[in-house]
Design a protein around this ligand. Structure first.
Ligand code: AMP
Length: 280
């Protein structure tokens, strides 16, 4: 695996691959790589000639009170995972390489993707993601870029960005990888104490209860959300931010529950904020 820290080197490598006619797959990450990232890398490996990953903790997508400084970073462990998954090229830029100065031109996410759920609770977060993903897609120029369903609103935003702004990249969504007890694998799970880790399983149990209500025939979105909410409310020390059944592309509320919609939730367990979702 080749490691590059400069944008110019990255671009030269991917330009050369494209000129050879190679299919380029790209997996952007913030590091602290886990089984969720591995699934994206494995899928990219299976579908492309050249697999490029990036590890960059993007300051633009963190709010002032968020965990930018404490976000887990482990370069050696990340390199081992990337190598094991057959990654060809990893972009490991310093912050000043990507943002030598705060960018004066940025992308802004609008409408329901920006105003609801994660957009509402983390103002500017999706703008920061859009701005860095746009830059990384320009630098790498992949045929396909891989994103996790775990971050469903981010995935919807990236799909919409690519459509609205005519990016020539295919966006590939990968299913959420979970621990055996259902907890979605996340870099932020490392913040949980043993007791919190146990309570954290409530999130997936709640979403599963909502989905079960749908499978049992409930079509009223309020009833599906209430079934999930009931499970969350039964556990002290789990503080839900929201439970919402939404359209997977727009994140607008739905009138009738239908297959393919996203039941999304975010909750605080101690100081840690966890998000998860299931597809109906
Ligand atoms: P992050 O490093 O958290 O920015 O995540 C990088 C990519 O991995 C994003 O596309 C995430 O949606 C995806 N990802 C994170 N956790 C999981 C998971 N448990 N299953 C599948 N994809 C995931």
């Amino acid at each position: 695996m080749r490691e590059v820290a400069s944008s110019a080197e990255l671009r030269a490598a991917t330009d050369a691959a494209r000129q050879r006619g190679a299919g380029v797959g790209f997996v952007p990450t913030m590091g602290a790589l886990h089984a969720g990232h591995r699934a994206l890398l494995a899928r990219a490996r299976a579908e492309n000639d050249l697999v490029v990953a990036s590890v960059f903790v993007n300051p633009l997508q963190f709010g002032p009170a968020e965990d930018l400084a404490s976000y887990p970073r482990d370069r050696e462990a990340d390199l081992a995972v990337l190598t094991a998954e057959g990654t060809d090229l990893v972009f490991l830029p310093a912050e000043r390489e990507v943002w030598p100065a705060p960018p004066k031109v940025r992308l802004r996410v609008t409408g329901s993707l920006a105003d609801r759920l994660e957009g509402l609770i983390r103002p500017g977060h999706l703008d920061g993601v859009a701005t860095v993903v746009a830059k990384l897609l320009h630098l790498v120029g992949p045929s396909r870029a891989y994103f996790g369903q775990k971050d469903a609103q981010q995935l919807a935003m990236v799909r919409r960005m690519v459509e609205d702004l005519a990016f020539p990249n295919e966006i590939v969504a990968c299913p959420t990888v979970r621990e055996p007890d259902g907890l979605a694998v996340s870099s932020r799970n490392a913040y949980l104490s043993a007791a919190e880790r146990e309570r954290a399983t409530t999130l997936y149990r709640a979403l599963s209860a909502g989905r079960a209500a749908f499978l049992a025939g409930r079509r009223d979105p309020g009833a599906v959300e209430a079934a999930a909410r009931e499970v969350l409310d039964a556990v002290a020390g789990v503080k839900p931010d929201y439970v919402a059944l939404v359209d997977p592309a727009t994140f607008e509320p739905v009138r009738h529950a239908e297959p393919g919609q996203v039941l999304a939730s975010a909750a605080r367990v101690g100081q840690t904020r966890l998000i998860d979702n299931v597809l109906l």
